[in-house]
Design a protein around this ligand. Structure first.
Ligand code: UD1
Length: 413
């Protein structure tokens, strides 16, 4: 709003403004820069920011905070759209409360479905919102998408078809494994995106190799780590380990939800057997994702985990209790992308139940080891952790809590 007030700083600009406001509204940010020069941005930059699934919320929260920061007062007009890909309170609502993120302006409530159906419904829903134009009128300057979930892809496609520029946060990551739905989402989203905001150097290398212009690629750091840095003190204040029957620094945290690990009964049963096996060495806390819960029930193997005395099962946790749990743990065993990054930042060993990763820095300099489904490697790595022989790792550059501020600055240029 401050920029709008600036319009009236002299009679001549006031006249020009009155004559041009309706016209300006029809122009994109780029057109306005073209007409009036870089420093004559009398209108805010109009952004539609998209969230949909759990990992989106902790990535978008710091971006919204940075965009709404006084430093950028009035430079951005933001519409926050929640697709409703995740709809359970403990996969969605709880994060808005905990992360202090403002409520969505639009909730599409799309819900679950097959990948094609879910993506199509989100695309249709977002297109209809974008077609209405920004609240102040005119076309959006950017659709901002984060990560690699179906909501990311659908929003990017909707924007691309309408000729709206797309800023993709966490661009360039590649597992080179097209059997992962997220890999398809990353590749297609990056292809149609205009501004590629990257979290680690491998992302830059991948995008350059794919022929993207270097001026479209910005290495800005990791917004998920922004949220971790912002919340860590609060998480430390609420030590939850004892509530789950374990002692700080004497337990492991398990998460498991990738289709490749949980959708096939044999693979899931083998993983469960290994978890039960390693729980004889260290107690395990296992917040179970709804996808995994369904598969465990259907396959009749949940009961095996329930009977294991050293495995503590629970539903998905909110951000703060989960961060409290991970930051006080001895080891993390996971197939999550975000958790590989968080454990690297926290300096906690991460045994990654995947054979590849789109986040190679977490293996190269961080605390993650790719275990795949190799039970022997999992046992030997856990042995190394428990006997102080596991690698230490260090924090990647630009994972410093300020990535979102860099993104806001890039968007103003
Ligand atoms: C999605 C993302 C994945 C991300 C994960 C984090 C895609 C392709 N995958 O996977 O990258 O790491 O979120 O959680 O976008 N369900 C509920 N409640 C909900 C949401 C889902 O019970 O609020 C159940 C539904 O039965 C659904 C299943 O969980 O079919 C899977 O949900 P879905 O969004 O399709 O994929 P995720 O496995 O959560």
């Amino acid at each position: 709003m401050a920029k709008a007030v600036l319009l009236f700083y002299s009679p001549s600009t006031a006249l020009r403004s009155i004559l041009t406001i309706p016209f300006l509204n029809t122009l994109t940010f780029e057109d306005r820069q073209l007409f009036f020069g870089k420093n004559w941005t009398t209108m805010p930059i109009r952004l539609a920011c998209i969230v949909g699934a759990r990992p989106n919320f902790m990535k978008m929260a710091p971006i919204i905070r940075a965009l709404e920061n006084n430093e950028f007062d009035g430079e951005f007009e933001i519409l926050l759209i929640h697709t409703g890909q995740h709809y359970d309170s403990n996969l969605s609502n709880i994060f808005f409360t905990e992360l202090g993120m403002r409520r969505p302006d639009v909730s599409l409530e799309i819900g679950s479905g097959s990948h094609g159906m879910q993506t199509a419904r989100i695309l249709e829903g977002i297109e209809s919102v974008l077609l209405k134009g920004a609240p102040s009128g005119g076309k959006y300057d950017y659709v901002v998408v984060v990560g690699d979930v179906n909501s990311t892809l659908a929003a990017a496609l909707a924007a691309a078809k309408l000729g709206i520029r797309i800023a993709h946060v966490e661009a360039g990551l590649r597992s080179f494994d097209k059997s992962m739905p997220e890999e398809i989402n990353r590749m297609v989203t990056d292809t149609v995106s205009d501004l590629l905001l990257v979290s680690e150097p491998a992302g830059v290398t991948n995008l350059v190799r794919e022929g993207r212009a270097s001026e479209d690629i910005k290495l800005v750091g990791n917004v998920m780590i922004d949220t971790l840095v912002h919340m860590l003190d609060q998480a430390k204040d609420i030590v939850v380990a004892e509530q789950f029957g374990v002692k700080p620094n004497h337990y492991g945290v398990i998460t498991l939800h990738r289709p490749s690990n949980v959708d096939d009964v044999k693979i899931l049963a083998d993983l469960v057997a290994v978890l039960i096996d390693i729980s004889s060495h260290i107690p395990l806390v296992f917040p179970v994702h709804p996808r995994t819960e369904q598969k465990l029930e259907q396959a009749g193997i949940r009961v095996k985990l329930e009977k294991a005395p050293n495995i503590h099962l629970m539903g998905p946790l909110g951000y703060l209790p989960f961060l409290s749990l991970t930051s006080n743990s001895r080891v993390i065993v996971t197939d999550s992308g975000g958790l590989q990054e968080e454990s690297t930042f926290l300096g906690i060993p991460c045994l990654t139940l995947r054979s590849n990763t789109e986040r190679p820095i977490t293996v190269e300099i961080g605390t993650s080891t790719l275990i795949g489904s190799n039970a022997d490697l999992l046992r030997s790595s856990l042995h190394d952790v428990l006997h102080g022989k596991y690698k230490l790792g260090r924090c990647p550059e630009l994972w410093d809590g300020h990535a979102a501020e860099r993104i806001a600055t890039v968007l103003t240029n």
